[in-house]
Structures are given as C-alpha cells and as structure tokens.
Design a protein around this ligand. Sequence first.
Ligand SMILES: Cc1ncc(COP(=O)(O)O)c(C=O)c1O
Length: 511
Amino acid sequence: MIRSLIRTTKTSCVQLNQRNIRYSSTKHGKVLNVNTMHPLIKNVEYAVRGALPIRAEALSAQLKKDPSKLNFDKVVFCNIGNPQQLNQKPITFFRQVASLCENPELLKAENRGLVSKLYPADAIARAELLMKNIGSIGAYTHSKGITHIRENVAKFIERRDGYPAEPENIYLTQGASEGVQKVIQLLTHNTKSGIMIPIPQYPLYSATLSLVDAAPVPYYLNEKEDWGLDPAELKRSVTEARKNGVNVCALVIINPGNPTGQCLSEENIREIIRFCHEERIVLLADEVYQTNIYQPERRPFHSLKKVLMSMGPEYSEQELFSFHSTSKGMVGECGRRGGYFECVNIDPEIMDQVYKISSISLCPNVHGQIMVDLMTNPPVEGDESYPQYRAEMDAIFQSLSRRAIKLAKCFNNLEGVTCNEAEGAMYLFPQITLPPKAIEAAKEKKMTADSFYALSMLDSTGVCVIPGSGFGQEPGTYHFRSTFLPEEHLFDGFCAGLQDFHKSFMDKYRD
Ligand SMILES: Cc1ncc(COP(=O)(O)O)c(C=O)c1O
C-alpha cells in the first residue's frame, strides 16, 4: 500500500502528460474521479466483497422495506467466512477478559465484590495481567505489538511445533490480511516480480498483487486429488514464469485451503519446502484455518514452520513468513482484526525493514492484540473457566464438522455437481456442469456462467455464494464457493432451498 501510494504521487504527473488527464477544478466536476484515481486501485478485484455481496446487501435492505416482493425472508451470507455474522457465539472467556480490559473501572478494588459475582476469577486475573502489560487500551503500543502478548504467541508456537520461537520475530497485525499485504509489499519491486499463488486462491493474494503491480504466478491445485498440490505443477509454473522474464520471489501456501478446504500432508509440505529451497523462493504460509481440521486422523494440521524445522540444518536458510488470525477457527472474532505473522530465517537487515514499515501505521489495534493473546493462551485444564471454554470450543467444532459433511452431501446430490469434502477451513468449492443454454444466457447478460448461476441462486433463495471465477479455476470449469456457516438448526431448510433452486435452474436451461 505504502509503495503504491508513493508510486501514485510519483506517477501522477507522468500520467498527466502521458494520458493527458486533467485534474478539473470543482467548477467543472470532481477533482478525484475514476479517470484521475490510481489505475491500480481501480483494477483491483475482490470477489468476496464484489458484485454478488453488493446485490445481497441490496436484497437485505429490500427485505426490510418490502418483503412481499421476494421469495425468501432472509439473505444468508455464505460469501465470506464471517462466523459471528451468522450467529456463531463468541467464546465467553474471551469476551469476559476483553470487556474487563475495556472498562478498567471494573478492575478497581472497590468494585471487586460486584465484579466477582459476574466474572470468574481467572478472567479477572487475566484482565489484570493484560492491563499491567498494556497500560491503557487507548494508547499506541509497540509497533510489533505488545511484548507480553508476543511472548505468549512465541510460547504457543513452541507448544504447537515443538521448536523454539522468538518473540522478536513475531509481529501482531490487524488480522492476517495486514501481515500478508506488508510482506507482499516487501517482496515485490515491479511488474516482473512474481509470487506463486494457488488456483483457486483466496483473492487477498491476487488483489494485493494487483495493488503493488506485481505478477501473480498461478499454480493449479488438483481437484481430482482432493485439491492436492503436485510438486510437478509447481515446477511447471515457475519454469513458465521465468521463461516470461518474471522474477519469482515467493510462493503462497494456503493450508488448510480457501476456497478448497484441503489440508496438506506432512510429506507434501516437505516437497514444497524442497522445491522452494532448490528454486530460492521465500515461503508464505497462510495458516489461518489451522484449527478448522475435520479429518484429524487422516489429515492433521502440520505447520510449515514445524516441518521446515524438522528438515534439519540443510534448510536453515529457507525463509518463511507464516500467518495466523483470530478471525477463524472456533474463535471467529473477525471484527476485532487480530492476527500475527512469524518471520523465520529472515535476514536481520530485512527484519529492520519489516519493523520500519510496521512503524508507519504505529501499531496494530489493541483489541485485536488482546484477542491474539486469548487465542494463543486460552484457559487450560484446572482453570476455573476451562470446562466452559472446552465445551464451547468443542460444540462449535463438532457442529462445523457436521455442517461440512451435510453441505457436501447436499451438493453431491445435485444434478451435474461434484464436491470434495472439506478436510479443513470453512468452505466447499463444488464444480457445476452447466447446460449450454445457461452458458448462452450468461453470455447474453455479459456475465461469466458461474456468476450467472450464483446470481440466480441469490435472487431465488437469498443465499449469497461467490462464483468460482472470483478465486480462479481451471479454464472451462465452473464452481462456486459457499461457507458451511449457516446455523445448524437452519441447515436442513437451507439445503432444501438450494436443491429446489438447482432443480428449477437446470430444468429451465435444459436442452
Ligand atoms: C486464507 C485466508 N487468509 C487470510 C484471511 C484474512 O483473515 P483476517 O480476518 O485475519 O484478515 C482470510 C479470510 O477469510 C482467509 O480465508
């Protein structure tokens, strides 16, 4: 962002000359308009907040004004992994601590009697400890994030992986997105800087690459092999990009996958590390779904850091940035914007640069930092809040597992639809074979066929999914992505509505 902004100021004079853009005065219209704005920003696409969700918002507003005009009584936002928007309950302990931190009056000795009737002792103790280390929530913190919280994140990583982690190598961020954007900015120079991204991918990557005017280097996931990652495909992708003069500097792994829901095996991760080591490519591991693991025996989560560390001294120079978030898992606190990234084997001079760019935005928001502390350092067995914490986490997890299976089954029962089961994450990405007449009808409307299908679904059922073209897909195939986050008690009705819509859509366009 920073570089593109600097570039904006640098290039705007050039654009004036080259494209003959006139910045008109207020007498003749707006100075800032779509012709004068930065073209890179204009060109960015971000499907999960794109045309379909905008239409869904409009339908939602219409339902409030005049529900009689629509066939449904509610819009279901399956376009984005935003669990609490679909009524997932926040974890009680987390909110108790957050609320105590928010109002330090509650922690004063004179209020203790009243407060201890409302809050368990361990929530009060945690809030006190945090406030001792934070001071005031209203103050800027260290640009890397509060040291005490980074120490807790380092301990969490050590417990998870069995290898040391260094608080100084951890940056707290406003969600994983901010970290990803910073690192991509740091890695790319110009249109010939390439970052390998999976296809299908989460559009944060393509959008950020557009913003910094760098090249996405696609590698395709194999739908027939449960969206597995084939090292031969990585080789093909890098070779082709280099042949085209692209300097491939990094590779993004989304594990578990979004939108594809696969969870990589340890051996597959090793192959990826070997590939990056051999090709001198920095690894970016997006691991925001690391606790959304639905087939733990067959496909447990392995962090890239752990696998890298297990590969010994030969790989001690392999650079890695790994990202995590409070938005996903069973925590689902998307709105608090908490996250972190860990820098592994990064050159000390680059670490100084990471610190410098983090300082420009002063610090990540403190509410998000507190949530990172809670996510990485939750109640443990023996703590007063542990039984409730465990029960809430387990209930959400088990319900998500059941909904994942139910939705995949629902999709697989639809004519012309095939859907891999989710090994992880919060999404299914079914493939649809659309009748030629539907493809024609889409063309007439100047839409991709998958957008046409998704829009028809939204208009008929109120369910908002995202067309596969927003994530990338093999040419000639059509998909859509749906979360499996609608509430479980509504799920049968939700699936029945989708089945009815699909049948009438197929009947309408059948040859
Ligand atoms: C793969 C992936 N990475 C990153 C993010 C961004 O998450 P955050 O809310 O932490 O910015 C998302 C959000 O859906 C995601 O799916």
